[in-house]
Design a binder for this molecule. Sequence first.
Ligand SMILES: Cc1cc2nc3c(=O)[nH]c(=O)nc-3n(C[C@H](O)[C@H](O)[C@H](O)COP(=O)(O)O)c2cc1C
Length: 302
Amino acid sequence: MNRLKTKLGKLELKNPITVASGTFGVENNNFIDFNSLGAIVSKTITKNEKIGNPPPRLYETSNGLLNSIGLQNPGLKGFIENVLPKYATYETPFIVSFSGSTIDEFSEILLELEKYDSISGYEVNVSCPNVENEGIAFGTDPKIVYKLTKQLASQTDKELIIKLTPNVTDIVSIAKAAEDAGANSLALINTLLGMSIDWKSGKSHIRRGIAGYSGPAIKPVAIQNVYRVSSNVKIPILAMGGVSNWKDALEFFYAGANVVAIGTYNFVNPKITIETIDNLNRHFLSRNQNLTEIIGKINGIN
Ligand SMILES: Cc1cc2nc3c(=O)[nH]c(=O)nc-3n(C[C@H](O)[C@H](O)[C@H](O)COP(=O)(O)O)c2cc1C
């Protein structure tokens, strides 16, 4: 009996553990069997190739990671020719993360990706600047999120996941806008904004100064966001933010997550996803319980 099966909108997953976009690539198959994962999520791709930001663009803090990679990726064409075929050989659902600088660009990318049956769904990264709206990130404006989601939902029958940024005043209004416009599920959270300065030199540890903050330090922020969003929408949630073991994943399930992604911790332990799946299996077996019985069932006060 499989105690870990779960659903993410249209997708039936054999277990609830996947990887967070940008923290995992085909090279990880040196460490784990991809078919053991619930799903795989690609690094965000854009229409054109991006070489990313100049270094230093990663800095480890005491309990987290600052990154300013700048969406380095081979572009849509490079992805289709060189990356997609490597994932197409696995049975595990493959979700492609993509982003654009205008709604038309998002739409164009989706149109092209729709030609490939090996793709099971899309994670739409809305944490990027909207060139039609003074460079303000798409994901910070409910009206824009609605418009973008509506457009993309009209173009695909595959799983459409909108990935939310936590760097907003009211994440619930953005989540509801995506739901109302036809998103099948939501992913949260993308990185928080962070910065680190060398106390001796007074210089930034990251060339561009402000960076994305991830890893264990952000877990309580992520859980709070997942709890608030899941209490206010009906569509399922793919949660991420600071998960470093199976117990962290359980916290997210109680908060309302249907699936959990591990990101930064893959850099610490490339086998963490598989260890988490094994430990969750043992946990539910020992309790004679199924994962779906605890989703959203936060249980009073400790
Ligand atoms: C090095 C690095 C690169 C990332 N690249 C992307 C990306 O391309 N697209 C995206 O949506 N999120 C990206 N993220 C954010 C993660 O997918 C995830 O939302 C976030 O890091 C929180 O999860 P974690 O604490 O488990 O890492 C990146 C994170 C890191 C650390």
